[in-house]
Design a protein around this ligand. Sequence first.
Ligand SMILES: Nc1ncnc2c1ncn2[C@@H]1O[C@H](COP(=O)(O)OP(=O)(O)OP(=O)(O)O)[C@@H](O)[C@H]1O
Ligand SMILES: [Mg+2]
Length: 220
Amino acid sequence: MDEVIAHLHDVSIGYDEVLIKDINIEISAGDVIAVLGPSGIGKTTLLRTIAGLVRPLTGEIELAVDSRGGLGYIPQRLGLVGNLTVQANVEMGARVRTSTWRPVFFPLPQEFMKDVKEAMSDLGIDHLAQQPVRILSGGQQRRVATAKSVAQRPKILLADEFLGELDDDNVDVVMQTVKKTIAAQHSALIMVEHHEELAKEVANRIWRISDHRLIEELER
Ligand SMILES: Nc1ncnc2c1ncn2[C@@H]1O[C@H](COP(=O)(O)OP(=O)(O)OP(=O)(O)O)[C@@H](O)[C@H]1O
Ligand SMILES: [Mg+2]
């Protein structure tokens, strides 16, 4: 039996109005799920609701995620600190896992630094480690945001259009790195993706949002 990481029971989501209703779905270890649908349909809201940033209108969300840093979220607007270096931003991901809170300038223990270095190297941004994030290109910043989440080693990673602005080579680099993390951690990835062909290439499940419903389209 696959390990279930998340379970949504009769969930409806939205703000004043319902965006998506009657969501009943399980997420298992190893799942790579792509969420498709037109602009404004509620894809970001779905990720934010699973992340616990927005309360579901009805229903219940169970997450089998208990460790610190067990849930990773790469927002559509990345959420990096522009004035800090690439390395300091990636360290913030690993910092979430440490048992005591440490300020940003406090050195991380060696075992966490190993993950930080590995994530930067996997994503091909180690040569940018000491650059402030604000001077990087859009695609480079996306790789920094991904490295930060990979260094966090989440059980479930929610990624909102994180492949945008990347050329084909970098899409491969990012997907390989994320898939490696998922396999190593027995975790799951839910990604919002506008490019349908790309989504079908990398995901083993497709959720299409249409007419206020979530439809499971592809399962392999
Ligand atoms: N904090 C909020 N309060 C009220 N309404 C919101 C809020 N955030 C988003 N909305 C509305 O919810 C709807 C869905 O927004 P959402 O960001 O989830 O769409 P999306 O599918 O991610 O679109 P896109 O592909 O453009 O990113 C939109 O009509 C948006 O205006
Ligand atoms: Mg969105």
